[in-house]
Design a protein around this ligand. Structure first.
Ligand SMILES: N[C@@H](CCC(=O)N[C@@H](CS)C(=O)NCC(=O)O)C(=O)O
Length: 79
C-alpha cells in the first residue's frame, strides 16, 4: 500500500499526486491539517514536511517530492 502525507494547497504534494495518477497509482492520503496526522508524520519521519511517502510493501519511506517522483517512476512505471 502507498500512503502519502499531504497538505491542502501544497504544490509539491500535487506534483506527486499527478505523477501517481499518471502511473495509475492510488494513495491512501493523510492530510496534516489534522493535528493527529501531523503528529503521526513527525513520529514517523522526524519532521513536519509534506509530501511524505510510505510504501509499506517495500519498506520505503521518504520526504522530498523530486525523490518521491523519481522513486515512483522507477518502481511503478509500466514496463
Ligand atoms: N523540498 C520539499 C518542499 C516541501 C514543502 O515545502 N512542503 C511544505 C508544504 S508546501 C510543508 O511541508 N510545510 C510544513 C507545513 O505546512 O507544516 C519537497 O519538494 O517536497
Amino acid at each position: 500500500m502507498l500512503t502519502l502525507y499531504v497538505k491542502t494547497g501544497c504544490p509539491f504534494c500535487h506534483k506527486v499526486l499527478d505523477t501517481g495518477a499518471e502511473l495509475g497509482l492510488t494513495f491512501d492520503e493523510k492530510n496534516i491539517a489534522d493535528d493527529a496526522v501531523a503528529a503521526e508524520l513527525v513520529a514517523r519521519g522526524g519532521k513536519r514536511q509534506v509530501p511524505y511517502l510510505v510504501d509499506s510493501e517495500r519498506g520505503v519511506e521518504m520526504y522530498e517530492s523530486a525523490d518521491i517522483d523519481a522513486y515512483l517512476r522507477e518502481q511503478y512505471a509500466p514496463q
